[in-house]
Design a protein around this ligand. Structure first.
Ligand code: NCD
Length: 305
């Protein structure tokens, strides 16, 4: 079934049917990936435009395209691009669309993805727009939850850390809102609580959520989704220094706990390395799931799945 949209900028545009179809194709891609290389996207070119730092997202988009037999063009760092010279995002899209068949872009400004999509003649994927959205991360998070737990409905999800600026928790909240009987425990310092755009969505959909500032509130959930305090969004660096390590999850918190620990990565101290060897730790498997999920999205948006 083809997706009913050309561009992916936000998880708010997804229905449960779309989401389940993406997860289904991603599971097939996992098999394709273990078998080696496919030529499904042979002759197609991905432009990978990362105007903000990225390792996992960029590499997993690029390897996804290469594993499907496609090719990749890369641009990194705003200072090396025409945007830095004052080119508008719309003009950049017009131009890149002449070179590539599909575009993935990360940009520091919230809203940049919508602007880019509205100007793009080829399928466009948001790979993170400032503190806005990161829909492909949310889809790989959902794929991971389903894979680790065997279901998504009726789970208790605790989200910890920088809920204000963390785009991954925004996108994932909307996506989980498509499932039944999910409840959220939102754990953050006062300064970094979940934005109103998300809590009003919870209220509108009658989704149960509680706000706390102690990590203990999340240790009996099904999923404990840790996040990094987003240093790059702070105008006041002393404020960042004060808040950065409010939550440090270590093995002693997880003694006798079944909760599955996720993190979009990179971690910068908020999960100690003594958690890595515990069965609770799912974050490296989660990062690996970025490949089949992005393979699925590239193939589906190019009409080849
Ligand atoms: C996240 C991002 O860039 O929003 N990382 C990622 O895509 N894996 C989270 C982060 O940078 O903290």
């Amino acid at each position: 079934m083809p997706l009913p949209f050309k561009h992916l900028t936000s998880t708010k545009q997804l229905t449960r049917v779309d989401t389940e179809e993406i997860l289904r194709v991603a599971a097939e891609m996992q098999t394709v990936r273990t078998k080696g290389k496919s030529d499904l996207l042979k002759g197609k070119v991905l432009a990978s435009l990362f105007y903000e730092p990225s390792t996992r997202t960029r590499l997993s988009f690029e390897t996804a395209m290469l594993r499907l037999g496609g090719d990749v063009l890369t641009a990194e760092g705003i200072q090396f691009s025409s945007l830095y010279k004052g080119e508008t995002i719309e003009d950049t899209m017009e131009m890149v669309g002449q070179y590539a068949d599909i575009i993935a872009m990360r940009h520091p400004d919230q809203g940049s993805a919508e602007k880019a999509a509205s100007a793009s003649k080829v399928p466009f994927i948001n790979a993170g727009d400032g503190p806005g959205q990161h829909p492909t991360q949310a889809l790989l998070d959902l794929y991971t939850i389903n894979d680790e737990m065997g279901k998504v409905d009726s789970l208790k999800i605790a989200m910890v850390g920088d809920l204000r600026y963390g785009r991954t928790v925004h996108s994932l909240s909307y996506l989980l809102g498509l499932y039944n009987n999910i409840s959220f425990t939102l754990i953050s310092p006062q300064e970094l609580t979940m934005p109103e755009k998300v809590t009003s969505f919870f209220k509108e959909k009658n989704i149960s959520y509680e706000e706390h500032d102690d990590i203990a509130a999340g240790l009996d959930a099904d999923i404990l989704y840790m996040t990094r305090v987003q240093q790059e969004r702070f105008a006041d660096k002393s404020e960042y220094e004060r808040l950065k390590l409010k939550y440090i999850l270590s093995a002693k918190h997880l003694k006798d706990k079944k909760v599955t620990v996720m993190h979009p990565l990179p971690r910068v101290g908020e999960i100690s390395t003594d958690v890595d060897a515990l069965p609770n730790a799912a974050y490296f498997r989660q990062a690996g799931n970025g490949v089949p999920v992005r393979m699925a999205l590239l193939a589906m948006l190019l009409g080849k799945a």
